[in-house]
Design a protein around this ligand. Structure first.
Ligand SMILES: *Cc1c(COP(=O)(O)O)cnc(C)c1O
Length: 377
């Protein structure tokens, strides 16, 4: 258990009231012995797909795998290009590379930190097969703008919804706007397992069937291999745990939103000191996986100093993410250079993620802002 006055994340609050129910669900899997591709997996796949407003869900080992296998199911691979925001967690890029396709990075919008669709349009070539929006921090990329672009150029829309479980915008739920979407159930995500997990959701039955085969050695039926598959299944025990947690997700997201609104309110006076939150353009559809502020050039204090002083008072913060994908050493081979994506590079220098999780108390938010105020002076 995290004993800091304000930890960055605390999962005990959500798990404690569900402990008996979760133990029962685990006991049921043990009694059934169907640890791999068992009944609770099928049940959770159906329940989660339904929550996203689509017909099919296929549980996989993690979110990265959901991206890779999902794109592979659409036939994307060597020689193809997939447009990806530079400003994302590296797993988005890894998922694309695992298919053999080339990730084409593009810059982000300076206010929302989401993919810049004008930059995306400029990056389209005859090899472009898909655009992969990332609903970063829990805010969806505008479906109307994205779908318009995708239709104009006949591109697949494949969502990275790893940070956006049940987010919505313009009447679309995360996971339902394009051909398919990838979710992660890493423990600290809005819906988290007791270990790793992921899911591919799609409205297309053929894609769901193909991913079902791909995750299971490429075998649609036992010992009959029609695909170059892999071993990437969501464990039955993890699915059973997630099934118990799913009915609470909406209220947890609502809590995140209320906490974000309270932060927004308390932070408003800091705007003239160069501190303000990342812009929310989607109202209550934002599910605030992270609450991110930025410190621009007019801010009197250095980010690192602020972070360490907050930490000294027991307030944990994070940076999501400190280095943009195109400047990560392992991805030199993609050929990008410093200066290629100025907005993303600037954001990486300015952002700070404040504690955010359902169960975070009003007093704790006050504590964070009081200390911030004192440090800024
Ligand atoms: C967490 C995350 C992933 C990867 O999910 P894993 O389950 O850790 O593989 C992909 N994209 C984004 C934006 C994420 O936040």
């Amino acid at each position: 258990m995290n004993s800091a006055p304000v930890p960055f994340v605390d999962l005990t609050w959500q798990h404690q009231p569900l402990e008996d129910e979760i133990k029962e669900a685990i006991a049921k899997v043990i009694a059934g012995g169907d640890f791999v591709l068992g009944k609770a997996l099928k049940d959770f796949e159906n329940a989660f797909a339904k929550a996203c407003g689509v017909d099919h869900g296929v549980g996989v080992a993690n979110g990265t795998s959901a991206i890779a296998l999902g794109l592979q199911a659409y036939g994307i691979g060597y020689g193809d290009e997939v447009i990806v925001p530079d400003n994302t967690f590296i797993a988005t890029v890894i998922g694309v590379l695992q298919t053999g396709a080339r990730p084409i990075l593009v810059d982000c919008d300076q206010a929302t930190a989401l993919i810049d669709l004008k930059a995306a349009e400029k990056a389209i070539t005859s090899k472009t097969k898909a655009i992969l929006p990332v609903h970063l921090y829990g805010q969806m990329v505008s479906p109307s703008a994205l779908l318009h672009l995708a239709r104009t150029y006949n591109l697949l829309v494949f969502e990275d919804a790893a940070q956006a479980h049940l987010a919505n915008r313009e009447g679309y739920r995360a996971g339902s706007m394009g051909g398919a979407a990838a979710f992660s159930f890493y423990p600290s995500k809005n819906l988290g397992a007791f270990g790793n997990g992921g899911m591919l959701v799609t409205g297309e039955e053929a894609i769901a069937q193909r991913v079902s085969a791909l995750r299971n050695y490429g075998a649609p039926s036992k010992y009959f291999h029609t695909e170059l598959g892999t071993n990437s299944r969501l464990d039955t025990i993890q699915a059973a745990i997630l099934e118990v947690k799913l009915p609470h997700l909406e209220s947890w997201n609502q809590q995140r939103y209320q906490i974000a609104q309270y932060y927004d309110y308390l932070l408003a006076p800091f705007a003239d000191k160069g501190i303000y939150p990342i812009t929310n353009e989607s109202g209550s559809g934002h599910v605030y996986h992270l609450y991110v502020i930025r410190l621009d050039r007019s801010c009197p204090i250095d980010r690192q100093q602020l972070q360490s002083e907050l930490n000294n008072s027991g307030i944990q913060t994070g940076i999501h993410y400190p280095i943009p994908c195109h400047l990560q050493p392992a991805y030199n081979f993609l050929g990008y250079e410093k200066g290629d994506f100025p907005q993303a590079e600037k954001l990486c220098q300015e952002i700070l993620s404040l504690p955010m999780y359902p169960g975070l108390k009003e007093e704790q938010v006050n504590f964070v802002i009081d200390h911030l105020s004192r440090i800024i002076g």
